[in-house]
Write a protein that binds this ligand. Sequence first.
Ligand code: ADP
Length: 389
Amino acid sequence: AAARAGELRLVARSGRLLQRSLDIADILPMFAVELSDELDLDGIAISRVSSGGELVTAFAFGALLHLPRDPASIPAPRADVDPGEELTLTLLRGDRVIGALTVRAGKSGLGRGRTEALQAVSELLAAALANARIYQEEQAVVGRLRELDRMKTTFLGSVSHELRTTVTAIKGFAQLLTRPGLDIAEADRTDYLQRIDRNANSLAVLVDDLLDFASLERQSLAVTPQAVNLSHLLPDVVKQTSSIMANHSVSTAIEPGIVAVADTSAVERIVFNLLTNAAKYTPPGTEVVVALSRRGPKAVLTVTDRGPGIPASEQTQIFDRFYRVDNVATRAARGVGIGLALVRELVGLLNGTVVCEDTPGGGTRFVVELTLVDTDPTAPPSRTQLQPT
Ligand code: ADP
């Protein structure tokens, strides 16, 4: 009766202990010591199932144990454990294994009563581990939402700033030109009109970005993937950006006959955004190269510049919505941080990939990969349905 009472006390105490904190790393050591003292154990280990489905040790104490790696390999528990023998109990949530509790019996071994108490304790431990995991996941979501909220606030600030500067410039020059009795040189009049035009163009780009961004938020950006002759399309797109790229020397290296799964307006948008960035973030007079080639089953489109480059640690983040690198070039340029998010989304809709990398001589290279279309007339019908545009 005394042994039974001791076992019940252990279960009750373990339950209280495991509820003390949602940070499981805080309580596992106390729990292990408590269990090991009460049951006279030589060693104890608690493991959790990793995302890869393997058991990994979360905490271990005392003698080194033979821990199973595969949750499915844990044998059914025994009622009696001899001195020095090990026992592993699976930790279950519903019928899913979420971890394991392994103990090595001390000098007196573990009789039926003690293994039953261990079983009850392992159920409490399973509940504590599951709650801790839910808590951790919630904390990660809260962190992500906070970051998104912060970025949205920055985004609103940038958009308001963009709108104010461009509208003020347009209004200012328009008012100047319509002042009664205005007497200015023809060259100045042309300059003011050109400034109005440039600012109106910036406004139009911003409005397009915002509209696309709204579609991106609603996940309703539409593309129609079909066979597109990129070798024909790219020179046209580059030509369309000539006014934006007026201060740069743009060259192309385009292999002929490259047909890929794409969408004409999506490719125009992708290249337009990459070239606008090259124009914004690299010094005037520097070189920008647009290249297109084949690599295995892929069409590889690159835009390479000789600007300041993007730190390696930020080469992935720049594709996140609202993300802008915190440097002089970015602070000096207009932008709200959604151009590359749009690029990634459009490329993704075409089942392609886009990455940013350093170029050997300094500068940035954006690499877009799209799937080549097999133009072989004997190719299977699913491929030949794609008609070159
Ligand atoms: P925006 O240009 O509106 O800021 P983007 O999403 O197009 O937004 O770009 C995100 C950030 O990536 C930019 O703010 C800039 O810091 C950086 N960036 C993009 N392209 C280049 C480039 N070619 N060279 C250097 N930095 C770049």
